[in-house]
Design a protein around this ligand. Structure first.
Ligand code: COI
Length: 354
């Protein structure tokens, strides 16, 4: 599809110093409309970044028909800019939209829009170690109506934000609160999608965890509150007796692109992978008797995040003496090495934008 470009008069000043996560936005954004009565997607454009006007009856504000994605552009040592597996995000976005009765963005169009916007904004891709350009595609119901039905109009947008580490502590162990009251997802629900509603429903438990001094929540399954699922902004993996455990992708867990990449690496390195339901009682017992060797989260924003402590029902247990484990470090180094072009990419996961 042709994407029109509308230049702005004055470019913003680039941020100096630490970027944090999601604090700064670039000069331009991508926007495209979808209207049932205009044959679907039309008027794709890259326009100056700025506020958008919405009618108070816009359906997303009432019924939360909204989905999003997250991926990054990386600057390599030889000054190329590359994306990491954008086609995986395109597929997950399409699956999310299908579940929320929203039109699916064709994979080619999704990747084209990202590539063109990143090309325009190439000077915003940071140079410093550990920094990248976070890409946030999203789509929402833009029809004005208060009756409950799938909207007949949508906006597909992409914004960009230069970022550093997601957690203020960077690549250092985080403390995780195992939530045994609130739930995130249940079979038949939207747990496997990246929709805003999943995150809105998670905030109460997140607040509770933060009040107690924990960084994030580890969710248990919504039916029995017994099996380990995922952490607020990342999938989660455990090294127990030299085997790697992670929840299966069967409807309630987000199919993470980083999760998939890490499982590829681990299986190539000869690890046995147990994509199985792991009971929290078994996990805590393994932590207490020293069989839980390492734990880490995986996510685009979080990258690889070591987990140093788990709190469940009154008991806090440290993992690997609250130190980043050897395997966790090796996974981080290998994944980020491929993403920033410091290591060879035998899997063809990266694609150069420019
Ligand atoms: C990501 O890892 O890209 C996410 O979307 C997680 C979070 C920032 C919502």
């Amino acid at each position: 599809m042709e994407i029109r470009f509308e230049p702005r008069q004055v470019l913003k000043k680039k941020p100096q110093g630490p970027l944090g996560f999601g604090k700064y936005y670039t000069d331009y954004m991508f926007m495209c409309d979808w209207d049932a009565d205009q044959g679907g997607f039309h008027d794709a454009r890259i326009i100056p970044f700025g506020p958008i006007e919405l009618d108070p009856a816009t359906m997303v504000l009432h019924y939360a028909q909204e989905t999003f994605e997250g991926l990054k552009a990386y600057r390599t040592a030889d000054n190329k800019i590359q994306l990491f597996r954008p086609e995986k995000n395109a597929k997950r976005f399409a699956n999310s939209n299908e579940r929320l009765s929203m039109p699916q963005v064709p994979e080619e169009f999704f990747v084209q829009a990202i590539r063109e916007l990143v090309k325009v904004e190439k000077d915003w891709v940071p140079q410093n170690e550990g920094e990248s350009l976070y890409i946030r595609p999203f789509m929402f119901a833009s029809e004005s109506a208060v009756g409950v039905h799938p909207a007949v109009s949508y906006k597909f947008m992409i914004i960009l934000s230069p970022v550093g580490a997601y957690y203020p502590q960077g690549m250092a162990p985080v403390k995780i609160w195992v939530e045994d009251d609130y739930i995130r997802a249940a079979p038949g629900g939207t747990g496997f999608t990246k929709c805003g509603g999943n995150y809105a429903g998670s905030l109460k438990a997140q607040e509770k965890a933060e009040e107690k001094g924990y960084t994030q929540v580890l969710w248990l399954d919504g039916v029995h509150k017994k099996y380990v699922e995922e952490v607020g902004s990342m999938n989660v993996m455990f090294l127990i007796d030299n085997e790697v455990w992670t929840a299966p992708i069967d409807g309630t867990v987000l199919p993470g692109v980083t999760r998939d990449s890490i499982l590829h690496l681990l299986s190539d390195w000869g690890y046995t992978i147990r994509e199985e339901h792991l009971a929290i009682d078994d996990l805590m017992a393994a932590a207490q008797d020293g069989r839980l060797q390492e734990a880490w989260g995986t996510g685009t924003a979080a990258v690889i995040s070591p987990i140093g402590e788990l709190y469940y029902k009154g008991t806090a247990t440290q993992i690997n003496d609250f130190k980043t484990g050897e395997l966790t470090q090796k996974l981080y180094d290998t994944l980020t090495g491929i993403q920033w072009g410091k290591l060879e990419d035998p899997y063809h996961w990266t694609q150069v934008v420019e």
